[in-house]
Ligand binder design. Structure first.
Ligand code: AMP
Length: 302
């Protein structure tokens, strides 16, 4: 199955306790496509400005990512600036410049309309919906969002959620969205708004997924080299949806495997700044880490 993603393509300026990157390649759609393209064909809908060097995305073309829905417009590319303290689980946003995204209204290339799996990556919820209305009959719609939109466009976000089957956000976002400090109550509340499955990313503590079928908990791999958590969420979503699209199986048991594959891809994303690790990753490395994850949570009864 082919995947369609709408999200940001960005220049990120990021500081962590382990270093910094200035105006490096980033964006939710970029991280997602870099991850999902290991598993299934990906088509990107986004916009960049005149200042964006398209050569930076050559490696995605080599992985057969379709960039015909990536528009180039007069103006500046989206920019995000963030900082992390010793607790790498929480990004502090210092600056968000929507730039060309402020006036963007996507028109999907005809060939994109039949995509069966859609990922509404972190971007204006109105834009997420504009894309969704142009897709004919998707089998699975998943979405991400963040505090910027939860606080800035709450009604638009709730409207988008009505059309989403899987929502993937972090624990702080779950609490903020539901306005409920208890994660279980918050999850239950969100599942009445549209999504049938809520995947809660908890950084170095792993991920939880919640649906009618109950809870599933995935560990995070204890990693020695974590440099920059930016994009971990999108890389997670890429592994999760890429796995579902490639196996064409949307049953509960397969969702659990997908959560593990999401965790595998997130674990690579955090190992270097920007897209560097995902850019040079190989499929055998992914397989090896999937086995490590399996071993990590495995135990036998007496
Ligand atoms: P993640 O760390 O997976 O949540 O996503 C990080 C990416 O999201 C960065 O590369 C940013 O460029 C991008 N980003 C940050 N804020 C926004 C926003 N308000 N809208 C869209 N993308 C954003």
């Amino acid at each position: 199955m082919q995947i369609l993603v709408v999200g940001s393509v960005a220049f990120d300026t990021v500081k962590t306790p382990f270093g910094e990157a200035k105006e490096a390649l980033g964006g939710s759609a970029t991280y997602f496509a870099s991850s999902a393209s290991f598993f299934a064909p990906v088509s990107v809908v986004a916009v960049v400005g005149e200042d964006f060097p398209l050569d930076d995305l050559e490696y995605l073309k080599a992985r057969e990512v379709d960039l015909s829905g990536l528009e180039r417009r007069p103006g500046r590319t989206f920019r995000w600036q963030g900082e992390y303290g010793f607790d790498l689980n929480e990004a502090k946003t210092l600056d968000t410049q929507l730039n060309v995204f402020a006036e963007f209204h996507p028109r999907l290339p005809e060939s994109y309309r039949e995509r069966e799996v859609v990922f509404l990556a972190n971007i204006d919820p109105d834009l997420q919906r504009e894309v969704l209305t142009q897709v004919l009959s998707p089998r699975l719609v998943a979405a991400d969002t963040m505090n910027f939109w939860i606080q800035g466009k709450p009604e638009a976000l709730r409207e988008t959620l009505k059309h989403v089957q899987v929502l993937l956000i972090n624990d702080a976002e779950v609490r903020m969205l539901a306005q409920e400090p208890n994660l279980v109550r918050a999850a239950r509340k969100i599942l009445t708004w549209g999504p049938r499955t809520l995947v809660i990313k908890r950084g170095e503590y792993g991920a939880l997924s919640f649906s009618d079928g109950g809870w599933f908990a995935a560990p995070a791999l204890p990693l020695e080299n974590v440099h920059d958590p930016t994009g971990a969420g999108d890389a997670f979503a890429g592994g999760f949806l890429g796995f579902l699209a490639s196996t064409r199986n949307f049953e509960e048991a397969n969702f659990r495997r997908a959560v593990i594959m999401g965790s595998v891809m997130a674990s690579f994303a955090v190992e270097s700044f920007s897209l560097r690790r995902l850019e040079h990753l190989t499929y055998p490395e992914i397989e090896a880490r999937y086995r490590q994850f399996k071993a990590l949570a495995h135990f036998e009864d007496l």
